[in-house]
Design a protein around this ligand. Structure first.
Ligand SMILES: [Zn+2]
Length: 83
């Protein structure tokens, strides 16, 4: 039984056109992520982050892992965001 990599579906790197890989966690010993400044969630972000990284130049793009949480927060408290 051989294991083949998934078919490429991420676009090439915007900097060097290299192959990008995704579904990478952004980690530390603390909770790394994003939340509105108005909320003091210093140890537990509203959403974690997923990264896409170019295997050639290292260019990294960050994505919120749970955009639905941010969407809900933005709908309930639009004043906490810039638009
Ligand atoms: Zn690159």
């Amino acid at each position: 039984m051989s294991v083949s990599p998934p078919a490429p579906r991420l676009p090439p790197c915007p900097i060097c056109q290299g192959q990008q890989v995704g579904n990478l966690g952004v980690v530390s010993q603390y909770g790394v992520g994003v939340h509105p400044h108005a909320r003091a969630l210093w140890t537990k972000p509203l959403s974690g982050l997923n990264a896409v990284v170019c295997l050639n130049c290292g260019h990294a793009t960050l994505f919120a892992a749970e955009p639905a949480k941010l969407r809900q927060e933005a709908q309930q408290h639009p004043e906490r965001f810039s638009w």
